[in-house]
Design a protein around this ligand. Sequence first.
Ligand code: GDP
Ligand code: CA
Length: 319
Amino acid sequence: MRIVALAGGIGGARFLRGLLAAVGPQDEITVIGNTGDDIHLYGLKVCPDLDTVMYTLGGGINEEQGWGRQDETWSIKAEMKEYGVGPEWFGLGDRDFATHLVRSQMLTAGYSLSQVTEALCVRWKPGVRLLPMSDDRVETHVRITDEQGTRAVHFQEYWVRLHAAVDAEAIIPVGADTAKPAPGVLEAIAQADVILFPPSNPVVSIGTILAVPGIREAVAAAPAPVVGLSPIIGGAPVRGMADKVLAAVGVEATAEAVAVNYGSALLDGWLVDTADADAVAAVEAAGIACRAVPLLMTDVEATAEMARAALALAEQVRA
Ligand code: GDP
Ligand code: CA
């Protein structure tokens, strides 16, 4: 079976680990990763979501944090601080720096982001084919109003420095409108047997991937069933601040509203948590097959069970 999954960072990566545990060795998984979170720091290109997927599936992730390397040290950051060079609010550890150095060196030499990602994965062996959504530069910006007035800040500044404490007024994936899907992305979607939306952020992870012209259309046109898992349980994101960016696009932070916002043109099936079982009827009324199953990724086995439920729903809607 050829499975395609669109993925952000932590939510996507944890789900993929369960998916890998649920499928057989003959199944092929292609992950289309969000690059709208990418940021240039210290002259280096940092791709937080691609790296979270790569480190999580490759066994190098800091499990407690959910991002960054395990057994990390912070000498470079401390040295930069001595020079008065920031930003202090973004955590790049020494081990992590090596990834960004290799990536930036290869990009400077003329390789594309997909070629670089493939090269980094030679080391990490994530067990999936990891494709960036695009080789073109896309950066999500967030419009806010604070004491400095109305302005746009980089998504990382909004998320990491401001902890999404200010209301997001608009989410702008800068560059997305002219970006092209990376090589292999549209082919993978067209040839998939199943397409999955992990419980990633629907706005700044999956939404950004779908904003690359051609990708949303390819998913909608794909012969494969498309099944998503809700990142919202009981009216709140399980971790993080997805409710803030949902509000910016006028979508309520409920499992039902997120499904209806993707819409039946994209989604054939949707899984909500058992806590949201009363949303099933409304989602089905919107033309999307819906089941309530436990959706907390407490460990790999619980997550694998979620992946099995998603694949089972895909089979039901295929018929
Ligand atoms: P990010 O790029 O690191 O923010 O990660 P993603 O976009 O891939 O996923 C973030 C989303 O994962 C958040 O909106 C969370 O609500 C969701 N999430 C995290 N843990 C869980 C979980 O255990 N179950 C479910 N259903 N969603 C989760
Ligand atoms: Ca992200």
